[in-house]
Design a protein around this ligand. Structure first.
Ligand code: OOG
Ligand code: MG
Length: 265
């Protein structure tokens, strides 16, 4: 245990293991920043180290997600910078299936669009180029599950925690021949509309998330291989989940996606 963090080197590996253990044990922890004091760049190093632990256990990378691409999310969480995290195959849940909330600490669901890439993305793309790097777009629900108590964190802590990534449910992929810029978004729980918005809430145009993803991956020295998923970020605030829910998302012109929650939380 260090008492002189400013003078000692930051133990990236230990912080990555703490976050990984909180996720696998489904046990909330206190934010790490106050005690350990790290920069935003170091937070991304912790994030990558914690995902490396998942890869060591056999999980495969499947793409990346963006966070805080809408004002609704920034306001809900009190963080106002765009962030990104890494997705693995263990986070994929079957569309229309059951999700056991015992796998999470305090899961929330939020409406997104998910892109599927067609070519390797190995450099920053412009908005005009972005579409030609994609194979399709699907409505998707992200399940976030902060490892921090009460879902309370600042920018560095949420980045270290892989941006609360925990699950995703992706609907059928559509071709990119339809407008994405102002489509109605409806999240329903047990048939009742609980969140409504527009895809335009995501960076004014969700395709911009691909531009940001290309810049961020390039900046991190990472190539996003063809066949990767890019989660654009939520269009509305997230909804807390509890057992016995039917959660559905409808995005006008893009179709829908749904799942059922079970288990004790
Ligand atoms: C952080 C993740 C934000 C989004 O879509 O904006 C995010 C959180 O809200 O816990 O995934
Ligand atoms: Mg999200």
């Amino acid at each position: 245990m260090s008492t002189m963090n400013t003078m000692s080197t930051l133990d990236i590996g230990a912080l990555a293991r703490t976050l990984d253990a909180a996720a696998t044990d489904r046990r909330a922890i206190d934010p790490l920043l106050p005690e350990h004091g790290f920069t935003l760049d170091e937070a991304y190093v912790i994030q990558h180290a914690s995902i490396a632990l998942r890869h060591l256990r056999g999980e495969r990378p499947i793409g990346i997600k963006l966070g805080f691409t809408s004002r609704a999310k920034m306001l809900q969480m009190g963080v106002d910078s765009l962030i990104w995290g890494l997705l693995t195959d263990a986070m994929l849940y079957e569309e229309g299936g059951d999700i056991d909330l015992a796998d999470f600490i305090h899961a929330r669901a939020e409406p997104e669009l998910c892109f599927l890439t067609r070519r390797d993305i190995d450099r920053p793309l412009t908005l005009i180029e972005a579409a030609s790097y994609l194979d399709g777009v699907a409505p998707a629900i992200e399940i976030i599950d902060s490892r921090y108590r009460n879902f309370k964190f600042g920018l560095e802590d949420v980045v270290a925690d892989n941006c609360s990534s925990a699950g995703l449910v992706v609907g059928a992929m559509n071709r990119l021949d339809r407008s994405m810029r102002n489509c109605g978004v409806h999240v329903r729980i047990n048939g009742r509309a609980v969140q409504m918005g527009s895809t335009g809430a995501i960076l004014g145009d969700p395709l911009r998330s691909v531009v940001h993803a290309s810049r961020l991956a390039f900046g991190a020295g990472m190539v996003l291989p063809a066949g990767s998923l890019i989660m654009a970020g939520a269009a509305t605030a997230a909804e807390a989940l509890s057992p016995g829910m039917h959660v559905s998302l409808e995005i006008a012109g893009h179709g829908g996606v749904e799942f059922f929650t079970k288990g004790a939380q």
